[in-house]
Ligand binder design. Structure first.
Ligand code: DC
Length: 221
């Protein structure tokens, strides 16, 4: 199977760009952030102490079911049979995802699931540690980034479009806090793989970013 790894910080446009690239290549798109978000949502719902690793790990029970389903080429996320694709996008779920993703037991739990998906499908997988940890042998690795302000603006527009009531300053602060958490954690911190191609999309229109990534993948596949 051909696997493409796309990593980078929150809001770099990874999901939109990866989805478009997957479509063009005829591969499936796997958004691993959605898996961490779902574990975070589950931990919140179960009343776990999000400052405590053991409390978070205790929510990974045997009966927990996380499932990615592909409906008309769109990835939908299911938690114990419930479609949580929207519920995992709130600012609270984002922060919970960032917290649970620092817990080694959570990363191990999701590692096997991600490996299995990559083994069974030609895919474009996006996340934070795909090129470094999950798929070190990926055919093409891309590290996609952009300035915090440019990423916060994109995320803000996205949330407003979804009808959520948010302030730009809050989105920017959340973004900076998450960047800090993601790059300073002890396990699988956010960093480019040694053999990743770095792409900076600050100030790029979406179409230009998509064209650039498709060209880069095709040249390296
Ligand atoms: O990409 P995102 O914003 O949906 O990711 C949600 C959180 O999950 C983010 O704080 C980083 C974390 N994450 C991770 O640690 N490893 C991944 N492969 C994907 C996401």
């Amino acid at each position: 199977m051909i696997n493409i790894a796309i990593d980078g910080p929150a809001g770099a446009g990874k999901s939109t760009i990866s989805k478009a690239a997957a479509k063009e290549l005829g591969f499936i798109y796997i958004d691993t952030g959605a898996l961490y978000r779902t574990v975070g949502l589950n931990a919140m719902r179960k009343g776990a102490d999000l400052e405590n690793d053991e409390s978070i790990a205790s929510t990974l029970t045997n009966d927990l079911s996380l499932e990615l389903r592909f409906v008309d080429g769109e990835q939908r996320m299911f938690l114990n049979g419930e479609d949580v694709s929207l519920a995992i996008r709130t600012p609270e779920a984002s922060m919970a995802a960032s917290r649970v993703s620092a817990v080694p037991a959570v990363r191990e739990y999701l590692f096997d699931l991600q490996k299995k998906l990559a083994k069974e499908n030609n895919c474009v997988m996006d996340g934070r540690d795909i090129g470094t940890v999950v798929l070190p042998d990926a055919k093409v690795k891309i590290f996609l980034t952009a300035s915090p302000e440019s990423r916060a603006k994109r995320r803000y527009d996205e949330l407003i479009q979804k009808g959520m009531d948010v302030k730009y300053e809050d989105v920017l602060n959340d973004m900076k806090q998450r960047d800090y958490n993601d790059s300073h954690r002890a396990v699988a911190p956010l960093k480019p793989a040694a053999d990743a191609i770095l792409l900076d999309t600050s100030g790029f229109e979406l179409e230009r970013s998509v064209a650039l990534i498709i060209k880069t993948i095709k040249e390296n596949i």
